[in-house]
Write a new protein. Structure first.
Length: 365
């Protein structure tokens, strides 16, 4: 049984012993596990379970009751005006350090302090699990950041350290996540991911190093789902191809290029095509390199001309498929393509011009 399953079993046992629904959050107030609740639930618990973390407003509210300083059970009063039920907060402490919080809903004031004291042994086991996980994360976060850095010496030292600890297999994929409207991605809830996935923050982005036996796309989807509630404008997600562990920084470049190739959604390096060039140059530099005067004239003309040219080239020059994709008559398409040539100076029957125009529209548009 893995650690997450063991913690879930402990949470279920505590809920049964206390006769109350239980939620367990780590020190970042990310959801670790929750018990069943029948009909005893409020918006705070519902939101925590659905979002996989506490709402920031709720975090500040509960912080005001002193949960960070508490060393024993703390009663949090309810608020009927907003539908918040009374609950107990049990700090999950290991060797004097708080690693999380156990929440017990108690709307009918049935749970007594002596009931909570009988949970001591189970709470100690939960604390040991959370402490082990937190300390491992503290050790690896810095190393993962170095592993993905541009400095060769730092990368080598980080790879050696992670491999010595058995945390870095021979082959990995790398995932990058960032909100499309800027700002930090936030903390990824590692409890929702396989234990072997390494998680770190690199700048404002979240980075995952995924061992090759795992599906990087599936891991990326789970991480994005955990972060999505914090970013209503959407998340951009990039997934690298498999790389040797010592070349994880190359995977990071691939994931970053995939992430930067569009807006919200997931993009994989192996399906990027010409957009792979984003891995070797920033978009501004690359766009300037592929846009010649002909491309600039076309991009400055009616927007429908550039769209028509891009669609036509994306569809390998098929007039039938292009007209269908644009919902226009084929004669209208031919007229537009003649306008593209007249405005820009590209000759669409020339393979070199078609390649240059396609790159300009894909990378410099």
């Amino acid at each position: 049984m893995n650690a997450a399953d063991q913690v879930q079993d402990l949470v279920d046992a505590i809920a049964e012993a206390a006769g109350a629904p239980v939620t367990l959050e780590d020190r970042d107030l990310l959801l670790v596990a929750s018990s069943g609740h029948d009909d005893v639930i409020d918006d705070v618990r519902r939101s925590s379970i659905l979002r996989r973390r506490s709402d920031p407003l709720v975090q500040r509210l509960f912080a005001g009751f002193g949960i960070a300083r508490a060393t024993g059970p703390l009663r949090i009063p309810g608020d009927p005006a907003v539908g918040r039920l009374p609950r107990w907060c049990l700090p999950v402490r290991w060797r004097g350090v708080t690693y999380g919080y156990l929440w017990l809903l108690d709307p009918h004031d049935r749970v007594r302090v002596e009931d909570l004291e009988r949970l001591h042994d189970a709470l100690d086991l939960v604390a040991a699990h959370l402490a082990t996980r937190a300390r491992a994360a503290d050790r690896t976060t810095w190393a993962v950041g170095e592993l993905l850095s541009t400095e060769a010496g730092s990368r080598a030292r980080a790879a050696e350290e992670l491999q010595r600890d058995g945390l870095l297999p021979a082959t990995v994929s790398v995932v990058a996540l960032a909100p499309v409207d800027g700002g930090p991605a936030g903390v990824v809830n590692g409890w929702l991911l396989p234990r072997s996935v390494l998680v770190a923050a690199v700048g404002h982005r979240a980075a995952l190093v995924v061992p090759a036996p795992l599906g990087a796309r599936e891991v990326a989807e789970r991480a994005a789902a955990a972060l999505s509630s914090q970013h209503p404008a959407g998340l951009a997600v990039g997934v690298s191809g498999p790389v040797a562990a010592g070349d994880a920084h190359t995977g990071w470049q691939q994931a970053d290029a995939a992430l930067r190739s569009g807006g919200a959604g997931m993009r994989e390096w192996e399906r990027l095509g010409a957009l792979r060039l984003n891995a070797v140059a920033d978009p501004v530099t690359l766009g300037a390199a592929v846009r010649d005067e002909r491309a600039r004239r076309l991009l400055a003309a009616e927007p429908e001309l550039a769209l028509t040219a891009r669609t036509y080239l994306d569809l390998a020059g098929s007039a039938q498929r292009t007209a269908a994709a644009l919902s226009i008559h084929r004669q209208t398409l031919y007229h537009r393509l003649r306008r593209v040539e007249a405005v820009s100076g590209y000759v669409l029957d020339d393979g070199r011009d078609r390649l240059a125009l396609h790159l300009a529209l894909v990378l410099g548009g």
